[in-house]
Design a binder for this molecule. Structure first.
Ligand code: ADP
Ligand code: MG
Length: 682
């Protein structure tokens, strides 16, 4: 018997080459193979007669070969094999492309089971490249439910299937981690059945049950892990901040905080006084003013002798935070520094020196803050902005630069409550559910290409009134993905043919960091009228004078992403608009986009997005900041997710410390899940 942790090379036929191919998919051990779940299934169980075959509906049928297969050489690289087969109900011509196998195997007068779909051509039906095997062999490729695996170069589905099967035959599947009581309550398959059933289900219904179990298990483990983390954090201590009065800070602000901002600040101050490290999520829709809440926290931390760090996902955003906060903080005697990857080495070194010796109180930066070279002398407060762009891992790495520092994470991505609990289950949450006064809703329109002249006229009108416009395109360059408007080309068209008299500039992710900053700063300063950009401007960018957001080929974006983009306008006092253009005529797509025209409420949009796309997509994106879930490909049911969550909460409450084999297997699994996700956990 082999062990789950054994390398894949213990399997027959797996040498260095195969191992490397598998590694491309992060498959290193037998366990990885066994946990490489199919992303779907092909139901090949249906057996019909030739007369019952329907066009484009693949099915199995049993038939006799009626002639000796003829192989003809059409041209270099193209050989055709033709053969006729028949059963008692009819005859059918089969064609195989470049299949020496078919030519050699299919024998006149013998019976085979085929699986394929007929298609009509030249007035008759024929079938191309069916798979086949003899009635006595298999069932391997016919008469079964065939799992369809996520693949990697060099490994076919058949090979993957064989490897997984082999792994399951030489070692036991992972141990049960779900308590029997939980399995009973939610009708969950036991592990020893589910791992076989997911790879070789006897029926589609069994495949569904197996999938449900895997999803349930993963979320159960994940939420149990978060609950334990939270419990262990609760044991840590922090010196309470003695002086939490924010008067000078409030005096320096150009506006009064909203009620919701004040409540969030009060939550933070209560954490600061509590004697344990803060772990708080500030969740607020775009434009709700999260930055100022973070600033209040920074002010308090620095005043109490700590250093603070604010990490943003893009250089543009870090730069913008730096610019806007420096103006506020420097008069208050807080020494700030900006640290981004694209800064000259020498400058980075100086700033790192200043952080290490404590002459800088507050660092704003990008991932550069995480590098080993960045050391703080007394980091007491860590803030991540737009947390959904970071993994829990990065949050933890920044925290590790202090000793149990306070942690504040900010996210504008309105995440439906269920998912929020999953993603941030280890955090306390403050919600900013109120926009600063004077904000108006952004009127949103969905239009087709025929509106182009009107869109152009509208852009011009906004500019004439002294405002600025964003135009967002889904691609950087032409031809990257078929039929998507490309920012670089579109910027040129707008500048040269549509608005020769206006100032059009271009911003995309492939520009150098310094170039991006310069372009963005220029636009913010009012030196350009129209900024054509890719989604680099999605998060956080704040240019209050911009009143129009045009999104080209809006169907290419997710609803939540569109909402984020729309949030770039409506930030000043002036009426703002968002125009979504699409060339798509699909009713479902249009309905989806219309949801955005109906509401400005990010949470409702996120719920809608979730309903339409399912949590699989929500988690599938690299943006979620979640650990890499094995089941992300399975297409998860919201219901299963909710069940797993309440089951884990209940179980932790009632029997979290019980000493059963399941409980210790669960603790081990939690350990590996979080390790895999984050490297280090605080
Ligand atoms: P987000 O929550 O999207 O990060 P920001 O912090 O960027 O929002 O704030 C959006 C804009 O609103 C900024 O221009 C900011 O200066 C302004 N703002 C924040 N709080 C208030 C307030 N209480 N009153 C007026 N304007 C505010
Ligand atoms: Mg922000």
């Amino acid at each position: 018997m082999a062990k789950l942790s054994d390398p894949v090379t213990v399997l027959k036929g797996v040498g260095d080459v195969r191992a490397k191919q598998l590694a491309q998919r992060n498959i290193f051990t037998l366990e990885d193979l066994i946990c490489h779940f199919p992303r779907g299934y092909e139901d090949r169980t249906k057996l019909v007669s030739i007369s019952q075959l329907e066009a484009d509906q693949p099915a199995c049928f049993r038939a006799m070969v009626m002639n000796t297969p003829r192989m003809s050489h059409i041209r270099k690289g193209l050989d055709l094999t033709r053969v006729q087969v028949a059963d008692t109900t009819g005859r059918l011509n089969l064609t195989f492309f470049n299949s020496k196998y078919a030519a050699e195997q299919l024998t006149y007068g013998r019976e085979y089971v085929f699986y394929g779909a007929i298609s009509g051509d030249f007035g008759g039906y024929s079938m191309t490249n069916p798979v086949f095997e003899t009635p006595e062999s298999g069932p391997v490729t016919t008469r079964r439910i065939l799992p369809v695996y996520p693949l990697t170069a060099g490994i076919s589905n058949a090979v993957m299937l064989r490897l997984v099967r082999q792994a399951l035959s030489v070692c036991d599947p992972p141990p049960e981690v779900l308590p029997a009581s939980v399995r009973q309550m939610y009708g969950i398959l036991p592990a020893d059945r589910a791992y076989y059933a997911i790879h070789e289900p006897a029926s589609m219904a069994e495949a569904e049950l197996a999938k449900k179990r895997m999803v349930f298990e993963e979320f159960f483990v994940f939420s149990a892990g978060l609950a334990l983390m939270r419990a262990s954090r609760a044991e840590k201590t922090a010196q309470p901040y003695a002086d939490c009065s924010l008067e000078p800070f409030y005096q320096a602000l150009p506006f009064a905080l909203t009620g919701a901002q004040e409540r969030a600040v009060a939550d933070i101050l209560a954490d600061f006084r509590a004697g344990a490290p803060m772990n708080r999520l500030i969740q607020g829709d775009v434009g709700s003013g999260k930055t100022m809440v973070a600033a209040a926290a920074v002010y308090c931390a620095v005043k109490n002798g700590d250093q603070a760090a604010l990490m943003a996902p893009t250089e543009i955003l870090a730069e913008q935070h730096y610019r806007s906060l420096a103006g506020l903080f420097e008069p208050l005697g807080i020494r700030m520094a900006l640290l981004t990857g694209s800064m000259p080495q020498k400058q980075k070194r100086e700033i790192r020196q200043a952080l290490a010796d404590g002459t800088v109180d507050f660092a704003v930066g990008t991932h550069a803050l995480l590098s080993d070279a960045t050391v703080f002398s007394r980091l007491g407060l860590v803030i991540t902005d737009e947390q959904h762009r970071f993994g829990v891992a990065q949050r933890a790495r920044l925290s590790a630069k202090g000793s149990d520092p306070h942690l504040l994470v900010m996210s504008a991505t309105p995440i439906p409550r269920t998912l929020a609990l999953l993603m941030y289950g280890d955090l306390d949450v403050s919600v900013i559910d109120e926009l600063p006064p004077g904000r108006q809703t952004v009127d949103t329109f969905l239009v087709s290409e025929s509106y182009r002249p009107r869109i152009n006229a509208f852009i011009r009108k906004q500019v004439e009134q002294g405002h600025q416009c964003f135009v967002v395109c889904p691609a950087v360059e032409e031809g990257e993905e078929l039929g998507m408007k490309a920012a670089s080309v579109w910027a040129q068209t707008l500048q040269q043919t549509v608005f020769p008299d206006l100032r059009v500039s271009l911003l995309h992710g492939r520009m150098k960091g310094s170039e991006k900053e310069a372009t963005m700063a220029d636009f913010a300063a009012g030196n350009a009228d129209v900024l054509v950009a890719t989604t680099v401007i999605e998060v956080g960018v704040d240019v209050p004078n911009a009143t129009l957001m045009v999104i080209e080929d809006a169907d290419r974006f997710g609803l939540s992403q569109l909402h984020q983009l729309r949030g770039r306008v409506g930030r000043g006092g002036s009426k703002s608009y968002c125009i979504l253009t699409t060339r798509n005529r699909n009713q479902e797509t249009l309905q989806r986009l219309k949801a955005l025209c109906r509401t400005n409420d990010g949470f409702r949009i996120a719920e809608e997005d979730l309903r339409l796309r399912g949590p699989g997509d929500f988690f599938g994106t690299q943006q979620s900041g979640l650990p890499a879930f094995r089941v992300a490909d399975l297409g998860m049911e919201m219901e299963t997710l909710k069940q797993a969550q309440s089951a884990s909460a209940q179980w932790i409450d009632s029997s979290g410390t019980e000493d059963t084999p399941e409980a210790s297997a669960l603790r081990a699994r939690i350990g590996t899940l979080f390790q895999r996700a984050e490297g280090t956990m605080n």
